[in-house]
Ligand binder design. Structure first.
Ligand code: NAD
Length: 388
């Protein structure tokens, strides 16, 4: 009997329930259309709301065990976190910064965040049209500001507070970069550049290292490692920019960029900028990937301002799902999952270019479910068209 793939689905907070429902719909559609078997486990709730509902005892549904997390072929989660809970120290420590802990625990060292202005989407930059913006951010996912925050990494109890008479007088955060951590994510970026079309401006395959070398030790290690790794990829242009300069150029000349590799925190910040560059956070997909495990989540947060209104754009998590299916397909050399990943992306392109079904963030008046239904229909149509 054909192998089935185990997918663990986690809900999260805010808009998570609305968009995770649509992501599952797309998984079911892909399964039926491309003929593979998925065992979808869950979706189980977890996160800040669960924490408060449980009387501040646990943030994880009891069915979500460590064994299950390790056994899954892939995981996907809705965004997690509610304003007001961020400084709940007990919540943060007990649940180990939920999504952050998963990244580190599963060693998903590359956070892949594509940024593409698609046909049918009104860009925010004057004069930039679809095709001008098409780059991927590869954010190192387990080190720098997260090396200690995860509580699961190899380092702990370096950062902290100094208290006098019960009052915090000093706060210290230690950023850690390792040669191994830098090297593997930079190699990942160069390998990805080899597979991608080149930058829109000149068709060149290019990797840009964005950090602040020469000022910070960790960033200097990142840049030195980048220069070393680049020597093994003479077919890919090695470019570098200080991170502050990069944000300027990303707005002024986004078409220059192809693959951008950064230490953790910069990657986090510029991913939201790239959410704006592609027209909405509701289109910003992401995959956390390592050599053995991967989990998908959208770039954005729980969007409490639009939660429970059924207007959140599910496209970001659906595209993230496509990245996950592709990753599983590559790992197991299963062309059905790789095709599903590519068709999900194409289905979004077609739907957006038609411009008939869209949520309010893109200027439309459709709801979350209608967009999920429409993407599912496009997947089926494209499959039939490709077969014909
Ligand atoms: P956010 O990303 O949730 O929202 C920023 C803006 O983008 C809001 O106006 C929101 O309505 C909009 N937006 C986001 N997703 C959208 C979608 N799918 N469709 C349409 N519009 C969308 O950022 P925030 O408000 O700063 O954070 C809210 C909470 O999310 C915080 O508690 C934060 O800690 C958490 N957070 C979680 C993650 C994660 O789980 N990976 C990431 C970032 C923030």
């Amino acid at each position: 009997m054909a192998r089935s793939y185990k997918i663990l689905a986690l809900i999260g907070d805010g808009i998570a329930e609305e968009i995770v429902t649509e992501a599952i719909k797309i998984l079911r559609t892909s399964e039926e259309t491309f003929g593979f078997n998925l065992e979808i486990i869950g979706p189980y709730p977890f996160g800040a709301k669960y924490w408060f509902d449980s009387g501040r005892k646990t943030a994880w549904h009891p069915e979500i065990t460590r064994d299950l997390i390790y056994e899954a072929d892939g995981i996907f989660k809705g965004p997690v976190g509610l304003p007001g809970s961020l400084e709940d120290v007990k919540l943060n420590y007990e649940v180990g910064f939920l999504p952050v802990a998963l990244r580190s625990d599963l060693d998903c060292y590359a956070n892949i965040r594509p940024c593409r202005l698609r046909e049918g989407v009104k860009g925010v930059l004057a004069g930039k049209k679809p095709g001008d913006i098409d780059f991927v951010i590869i954010r190192e996912n387990t080190e720098q500001c997260l090396a200690e925050a995860t509580h699961f990494g190899g380092i702990s109890d370096i950062s902290g507070y100094f208290k006098r008479a019960g009052k915090i007088e000093l706060a210290a955060d230690v950023f850690i970069q390792t040669t191994k951590g830098c090297e593997r994510v930079i190699k990942y970026a160069f390998e990805l550049a080899r597979k991608r079309r080149g930058a829109p401006i000149d068709g060149k395959k290019r990797v840009t290292c964005a950090c602040k070398w020469g000022i910070l030790r960790g960033d200097s290690l990142f840049k030195r490692t980048f220069d070393e790794v680049a020597k093994s990829y003479p077919d890919v242009e090695a470019d570098s920019a200080w991170i502050d300069g990069w944000t300027y150029w990303a707005v002024m000349r986004p078409e220059f960029y192809n693959v951008v590799v950064t230490p953790n925190q910069y990657g986090d910040i510029i991913s939201d900028l790239s959410g704006a560059l592609q027209g909405s956070m509701g289109l910003a997909a992401a995959l956390n990937a390592g050599d053995q495990h991967a989990f998908a989540e959208a770039t954005h947060g729980s969007a409490p301002d639009i939660a429970r209104k059924n207007i959140a754009n599910p496209t970001s998590i659906i595209l993230s799902m496509g990245l996950l299916l592709n990753w599983i397909g590559e790992k197991h050399d299963d062309s059905r999952l790789k095709s599903a990943g590519a068709v999900i992306d194409k289905a979004v392109d077609v739907l957006l270019s038609e411009g008939k079904v869209k949520t309010p963030d893109l200027g439309g008046s459709n709801n979350t479910k209608q967009v999920g239904d429409a993407i599912a229909e496009k997947i089926k149509e494209l499959y039939i068209k490709n077969k014909a």
